[in-house]
Design a binder for this molecule. Structure first.
Ligand code: AMP
Length: 296
């Protein structure tokens, strides 16, 4: 068993920091025929993360949540140092949703002295985030592959909130024949539509209001498509205009893309995805929405 012999509604998940311990716990579970799910996170958990844990719980017999703020996916001027680290708040949340094991390695465990092998991310990682955050997906793909190899899970869970990231992982798993199933789960939002994000906690009240611009620009795109507009350039322009009107400070991109290749579309003829990335103050936020031209 991954947990101690306490009442299952009250027990904290077991926190494991060493690879050896992780592997022996997973080996025990697998030897007992249990299906193992992995939810990779950087901590500072919210209901979006917890929905992934819930999905893993529904489908697997043992749920592992990794918490590791991965330095290699942050650019030199990004928020690695100030990224929230809230383990003492994360653990009770994970207890609530019934995670079995938390893998919380330190930096040395993932990137020991002499580490020098990186995953060159697939083509879907080149545009958008790949352009705006050079090296980001190289860091993501590398740490995710390493976590997959360490945990030896059957299924891994990711959020659609990071749409391009999920595509990068799916392509990597397929291209490199990584023996794991990838599940992509719906974006969890606040009641007004703001996508939950660990970075939302950087926002003050005024910025929180302005952050809604991302969701509203996505709704506008959907409304335009459903109203019959098919020219992506026009829709992209209207999204950008809406973002500015509603107070974002800088737009990185707002575009309709093919849901598989993530290449920009010229005309909306089938399912597309609207992707947005924008700054509110110093905080960079991303969001997306799948859009069906025919849906009502
Ligand atoms: P992070 O801790 O930001 O690396 O995110 C860990 C996982 O949680 C990733 O697969 C994210 O896509 C997912 N995630 C983050 N925010 C949300 C959300 N609002 N809804 C669903 N999944 C999310």
């Amino acid at each position: 068993m991954a947990n101690g012999p306490t009442d299952s509604s009250e027990r904290f998940p077991r926190v494991v920091r060493s690879v050896q311990q992780l592997r022996s716990d997973v080996a025990c579970a697998r030897a007992a025929g249990r299906r193992v799910g992995l939810v990779p996170t950087m901590g500072a958990l919210h209901e979006g993360h917890l929905s992934l844990v819930q999905a893993a719980r529904d489908e697997c017999d043992m749920t592992i949540v990794s918490i590791f703020v991965n330095p290699t996916q942050f650019g030199p001027h990004e928020d690695f140092d100030r990224y929230p680290r809230t383990m003492e708040r994360d653990l009770p949340l994970l207890r609530r949703v019934g995670a079995d094991l938390v893998f919380a390695p330190d930096r040395q465990t993932i990137y020991p002295e002499g580490f020098s092998t990186y995953v060159d991310p697939p083509a879907v990682g080149q545009p958008w985030e790949g352009q705006c955050r050079p090296g980001h997906f190289r860091g993501v793909a590398t740490v995710v592959l390493k976590l997959f190899n360490l945990a030896g899970a059957d299924v891994a869970y990711f959020g659609r909130k990071d749409y391009q990231q999920a595509r990068v992982i799916q392509c990597m798993v397929e291209d490199l024949a990584v023996p794991i199933a990838v599940r992509v789960c719906p974006t969890v939002r606040e009641s007004d539509g703001l996508a939950l994000s660990s970075r939302n906690r950087y926002l003050d009240a005024d910025q929180r209001e302005r952050a809604l611009a991302l969701w509203k620009s996505l709704l506008l795109a959907r409304q335009l498509v459903q109203g019959g507009e098919r020219q992506a350039e026009s829709i992209n322009g209207r999204m950008q205009q809406r973002l500015i009107e509603l107070g974002v400070d800088r737009i990185d991109y707002a575009a309709l893309v093919d849901p598989v290749t993530l290449q920009p579309v010229a005309r909306v003829q089938q399912r597309t995805v609207a992707l947005v990335a924008a700054f509110v103050g110093q905080t960079r936020l991303i969001d997306n929405l799948e859009i069906e031209p025919c849906s009502s």
